[in-house]
Ligand binder design. Structure first.
Ligand SMILES: Cc1cc2nc3c(=O)[nH]c(=O)nc-3n(C[C@H](O)[C@H](O)[C@H](O)COP(=O)(O)OP(=O)(O)OC[C@H]3O[C@@H](n4cnc5c(N)ncnc54)[C@H](O)[C@@H]3O)c2cc1C
Length: 478
């Protein structure tokens, strides 16, 4: 390299360093009015604060803004617009593809952890819930007041991403998805305005957010949910079966599933050599046994079964496999994983069951499959919701996990290859958007079906410059 080239290279470095510093200082001064904490990459704690649940994909943001209130969120949005930066909301950090960190590097992450008030109005049976709350905390607080919302079983999932994409759990056949129970929301839009959203005000956003809202339209800071009285006792059910009777068990699931009492949710799980069902009945064990009678008369005889009568909150603890204390104070359990979602309308055929059993048996990575019985209230069509999966018998989640980064490519490829073929041969065309999957083709239709076009129109009305975007966000144009 000659002298001139060396000098030019040095000058280029100096210019680059200055540009980075100018941008960094512009960002710091723009965010100065924020009351909550702002954490930059040069902070010692930064690297630990960007470890979300799935460590298979990771991104490095430019800053983490721990918003303390709506104003902080508004300031952050205004700064992102001014500095032409990407911006993303993070509630619980449980996106399967780490979209809570933006799905790319160098974005501003607005973390909502500290917007976590929960105000319960027992009389109107509603609760205002800050978007930074985790499910475990919500279950705890609502249970203490004698209420529940239908939502997922993992306590550290955030209510933000979860309820904006659906939210299925052990009370869903009775009360629907979490998103079905949202009555109103507050959201900071791309202009930095705080919008009130309900069935009458900004009703198009009300429709879009309840099913397709995670990350695409703005930052939701709070929700008002319809809450439901907890029965005095519920019954958790654990049934183990001989893996050789998998076909008979699926026959019972397919046949009796649709007519099963809506107080019941069942989740069948298939692992290498293990076949079991976990379930919840919203009532006493005596009634649970009665309600399960027809199913059990068609199913193979369980090798073990337990019907445990307990409080609703104790059932939440049971299905979390964590301590009660951790459910109330949830934390991440980061690991390497990838998942596929399939939705089934009429039940799997014998050939489909064999195919999934064989895959699990021969896979190089740790796989298991869950078959959550939908139906009941989850299948009620609601034209104020963009959630389309309303004719589903069960939702399948096929998950693969592994121990070290160098296994990632092999494990992901194996799952992707199987998933593509399985979905094309044996299930409906559709997938559940909360199990978001960057490798899914035609995700626009598979997640949002006939609503996609309308979702795009709403996006272009509220966020025409596509400020809120990530690799699978609703675009401004079809
Ligand atoms: C261990 C585990 C267990 C799970 N169990 C269930 C289950 O039982 N049932 C079920 O239905 N799903 C379940 N999920 C899936 C879960 O519902 C989704 O991953 C959900 O998107 C996570 O939300 P989050 O806020 O925790 O994640 P984040 O990563 O914080 O956010 C996910 C997406 O939503 C956006 N977002 C988050 N908060 C807001 C907000 N306030 N405003 C606007 N956009 C926002 C983010 O930008 C991102 O795009 C589970 C996931 C994991 C990892």
């Amino acid at each position: 390299m000659n002298k001139l080239n060396i000098i030019l290279l040095l000058l280029w470095y100096i210019l680059l360093i200055n540009l980075v510093n100018v941008n960094a200082s512009a960002l710091t001064s723009c965010l100065a009015p924020v009351k909550g904490q702002t954490v930059y990459p040069n902070n010692n704690t930064f690297s630990t604060l960007i470890v979300d649940e799935n460590i298979y994909v990771s991104y490095t943001p430019s800053v983490l803004v721990y918003a303390a209130n709506n104003n902080d969120v508004q300031t952050s949005v205004n700064c992102a617009v001014k500095l032409k930066m990407g911006i993303t909301a993070r509630s619980g950090g449980h996106s399967y593809e780490n979209y809570g960190l933006g799905g790319r590097n160098n974005v501003m992450v607005v973390d909502l952890t500290n917007i976590n008030e929960i105000t319960i109005d027992s009389k109107s049976q509603t609760a205002k819930i800050g978007a930074g709350n985790k499910l475990g905390v919500i279950y705890d607080k609502l249970s203490q007041a004698g209420f529940l919302i239908p939502a997922g079983t993992c306590p550290s999932v955030g209510i933000g991403g979860h309820s904006l994409g659906g939210g299925f759990g052990m009370a869903s056949r009775k009360y629907g998805f979490a998103s079905d129970n949202i009555i109103s929301m507050e959201m900071v839009d791309a202009n930095g305005n705080l919008l009130k959203i309900d069935n009458k005000t900004n009703s198009d956003l009300f429709f879009a957010l309840r099913g397709a809202g995670g990350g695409s339209y703005g930052i939701v800071t709070s929700f008002v949910f319809r809450i439901h009285p907890t029965p005095p006792q519920v019954t958790s059910m654990t049934l183990q079966f001989d893996i050789n009777q998998v076909h008979q068990l699926f026959n019972a699931y397919n046949e009796v599933g649709p007519s099963l009492d809506n107080n019941i949710v069942l989740s069948l799980s298939l692992d290498t050599g293990i076949l079991s069902i976990e379930g919840l009945y919203l009532g006493s064990s005596k009634n649970a046994k009665n309600a399960m009678n027809t199913f059990l008369s068609k199913a193979p005889k369980p090798t073990s079964s337990e019907f445990k009568q307990q409080t609703f909150f104790d059932s939440v603890v049971k299905f979390s496999y964590l301590s009660s204390n951790e459910v109330k104070n949830p934390k991440h359990h980061p690991y390497f994983f990838k998942a596929k979602s399939f939705l089934v309308n009429k039940g799997l055929t014998s050939q489909a069951i064999d195919s999934i059993v064989d895959f699990l048996k021969n896979a190089n990575c740790n796989g298991f499959a869950l078959f959550d019985l939908f139906g009941g209230a989850t299948n009620i069509v609601d034209d104020t919701s963009s959630f389309i999966h309303r004719d589903v018998l069960y939702g399948i989640q096929l998950l693969s996990s592994w121990e070290t980064k160098d296994q990632s490519n092999k494990c992901v490829k194996e799952l992707n290859d199987f998933g593509k073929e399985f979905q094309s041969k044996f299930t409906s065309y559709f997938s559940y958007q909360n199990y978001i999957d960057r490798d899914l083709d035609d995700w626009q239709t598979r997640y949002y079906g006939h609503n996609f076009k309308r979702l795009v129109e709403i996006k272009s009305k509220y966020d025409p410059n596509n400020l809120f975007n990530f690799p699978q966000s609703i675009p401004v144009k079809v």
